[in-house]
Design a protein around this ligand. Sequence first.
Ligand code: VG1
Ligand code: CO
Length: 543
Amino acid sequence: MNIQIQATTPFTDQRPGTSGLRKAVTVFQQPHYLENFVQSMFDSLSGVAGSTLALGGDGRYHNKTAIQTILRMAAANGVARVIVGRDGILSTPAASCVIRKRRTLGGLILSASHNPGGPHGDFGVKFNAANGGPAPEALTEAFFARSKTIDSYRILAADDVDLSQDRELALGAMTIEVIDPVVDYAGLMAEIFDLDAIRRLFAGNFRMVFDAMHAVTGPYATEILERRLGAPAGTVINGVPLEDFGGHHPDPNLVHAAELVARLAAPGGPDFGAASDGDGDRNMILGANFYVSPSDSLAVLAANAHHVPRYAAGLPGVARSMPTSQAVDRVAAALGIRCYETPTGWKFFGSLLDAGLISLCGEESFGTGSDHVREKDGLWAVLMWLNIVAARGLSVEQIIREHWQIYGRTFYGRHDYEGIDSNAAAALIAELRDGLAGLPGRDLADRRIATADDFAYTDPVDGSRSDHQGIRLVFEDGARIVYRLSGTGTAGATLRVYLESHEPDPRRHNLDAATALADLAAAAAAHAGILRHTGRAAPDVVT
Ligand code: VG1
Ligand code: CO
């Protein structure tokens, strides 16, 4: 075995964000860049020597190269076994499933999620711990600290290994187990849902379209929806994963999944539509000519979870990220269960799920999940909806309208200002923070502000504290404005403004969200001085 100790110099820009280290492909292609970060991980984790790790990615450009580098480094660092998805493919939820099922030390997932791919797109690396969830902050900080002082890394001098067949291979003293990336995950889905009920749906007239956006869910959706559940061939569109996602943003929203939206809007179109993102953890749900906001989706799943076998006995509690609408809070109150409000990012749900305090959680950013894995899970959310539609015999629109009738409608919108100057963004947030104390009792958009704070969170299980998680203005009528800077962007800063208002009056439920939130949106932009700070008069993306 030819292990090389390669001298290196640390990079200074490697602080991992909300979802691991996410950078332009060109950054990852710099000599020693990926190696530095991976060695920093291995140096910070305990028990790497002799361990089993999971490894896979969403198949984007640089995935294949990075996998080979990581395998050689794992072998040189004494890892005993690496379980790799065939061709280096594992969706994020499938990786979480494999880590848990096979009790590995953890796993490395290669993805930049919904960011565009290709030579000029983005790449990323994240570490998931033994519970299958994103590394906790203490660990990512340890990776970062180590990357600032690292002076060498260990790598095996060896040829690339062929990952195209399911089998065991040797790389130095390490075993590589190449697995079918879909099988474990599909098996888990079969344990959760009433697949027969969904099969009967497809055996009737019910039709759906799943847009895999040329990203990782193509093989998963084709196997589960078309092969196992009997949906007609062609149900999955854009189902072949491409290294550049066909040049599109693999981001399931009304803007980027335009083909799907058009199909659902067409007269005589399908009953149900869904899309997922680059790494398969996000979901968008559509009915016939009807959009389901992710915050509403979480609330509806909470209210209807008992129709799904795994959750038939009820939910111990639910959680949402702070900027996610309070629609699910109303369901939790009606069910008499706890509702936790966590900072953005899935890792905060992990400790609540591990402790059994919650079994369902979600974010406004098209992310929903449960205690079956420790990541948000796009296809799982689709199957939740299908199971509920099948069990209730109602359409997506009927289920949502019934929900609004019972709980009122929570209008919701997110305005993103992308690629703005980082200093301007920081100044805007600092100014908002400084002005918080004077806000309660003041009026904005004809509503009275009840409370205003910079969201801080103390994990109820391990007591760890996270500060500065977003500026939050809560009005007396329950409406909210939230301001936050993105932790996943790779160019400049992205300011997100989240808006919500609750509407109990059914006569106003047909308003579109943009109209219902127009006053609040204008007030939010003016209050923060977005134009003054950033020069932007309007957001780039509204979801
Ligand atoms: C965004 C979303 C957040 C999500 C994160 C990772 O983060 O807002 O809700 O958890 O992406 O999702 P930010 O910091 O840019 O707002 V994924 O599917 O990109 O791993
Ligand atoms: Co994702």
